[in-house]
Design a protein around this ligand. Structure first.
Ligand SMILES: CC(C)(COP(=O)(O)OP(=O)(O)OC[C@H]1O[C@@H](n2cnc3c(N)ncnc32)[C@H](O)[C@@H]1OP(=O)(O)O)[C@@H](O)C(=O)NCCC(=O)NCCS
Length: 263
């Protein structure tokens, strides 16, 4: 398609797709709300109470209904991946107006529905790991997610006993000069990703490594096993003592903490 035509249709098309997505979101949220609303209506019709006691029970039931809605969404959204032909983020480079970008957008819409509607209530519980697994993430045992900001789960791998800290951004896509660029992110076992860190596409983090609070791991960064990385953009702050001793780690150590030598 000629560039001028692409420029002309981009904003109207983008707006139309956004409105269409609102309809999709309404259908999915409505389906997930159905069991809770149905249950609440049944309770309202059969509750043998009157006055404030009745009002109180119905209020508690309505609040409980929100959690039933959240759990229903947890199962419904992963199933919707397949019904809506949005199984995951594709890997590669895609112009905004392309089938690949559409697949990315429609998959991440499902993730966004959960982020905006419920996910904060299940941070650091096995339920958030279940959600990411059902959305396609390859996930080890006992992984803790204390963040709502995760996308592109099918391109992300996390090993056993790792911690994705508070409000970390973990994504496998970036928008770059008119193109969507996506690449897998691989996080090993026993990795700690500190509070508010940002992990961008293509990053590989070795077993036992630590990413400091607030670090920004530029796209494609490779963090070796046991290393400590921090700062913006992140750089290696320390390597495992064993690697330094074998001479594999470059510059001499200047100190040590927690089995690492500072660079
Ligand atoms: C990076 C971190 C592991 C360092 O802890 P530590 O091993 O006790 O080391 P220190 O506090 O002695 O700091 C060591 C060096 O790292 C630097 N540093 C510490 N925190 C840093 C950060 N967030 N960003 C960049 N550098 C940092 C220090 O300035 C120090 O530098 P120096 O050796 O040049 O003086 C820790 O500060 C951190 O960010 N932990 C993340 C924990 C977390 O968020 N977990 C998730 C919970 S939800």
């Amino acid at each position: 398609m000629p560039a001028r035509w692409r420029q002309l249709i981009f904003t109207p098309l983008h707006t139309a797709v956004t409105l269409l997505l609102f309809v999709e979101v309404s259908v999915l949220a409505g389906l997930a709300a159905f069991p809770a609303v149905k249950g609440w209506l049944l309770l309202r019709d059969r509750l043998p109470l009157h006055g404030d006691a009745r009002l109180l029970v119905l209020c508690v039931a309505a609040a409980l209904g929100y959690f039933v809605f959240g759990l229903a969404l947890l199962l419904l959204l992963p199933a919707a991946r397949f019904v809506l032909l949005a199984p995951g983020t594709p890997e590669g480079r895609f112009p905004y107006l392309s089938w690949g970008a559409w697949r990315w957008a429609s998959f991440n819409t499902l993730t966004l529905i959960y982020r905006f509607a419920f996910i904060n209530w299940i941070r650091v519980t096995p339920l958030i790991a279940l959600f990411h697994r059902l959305m396609g993430m390859r996930l080890g045992a006992r992984v803790q997610f204390n963040t709502a900001v995760v996308a592109d789960q099918n391109l992300i791998t996390v090993g056993d006993d790792s911690v994705v800290g508070g409000d970390v951004t973990l994504v496998a896509h970036s928008a770059e000069a008119g193109e969507l660029v996506t690449a897998p992110v691989r996080i090993g076992s026993r990795v700690t990703i500190g509070i508010m860190a940002v992990i961008l596409p293509g990053c590989v983090i070795g077993d036992g490594a630590t990413v400091a609070a607030g670090a920004v791991l530029a796209k494609g960064t490779v963090v070796g096993p046991g290393e400590l990385w921090g700062g913006v953009p992140a750089r290696c702050l320390a390597r495992p003592a064993a690697a330094q001793a074998s001479g594999a780690a470059g510059p001499a150590a200047t100190g040590s903490a927690a089995g690492r030598d500072r660079r």
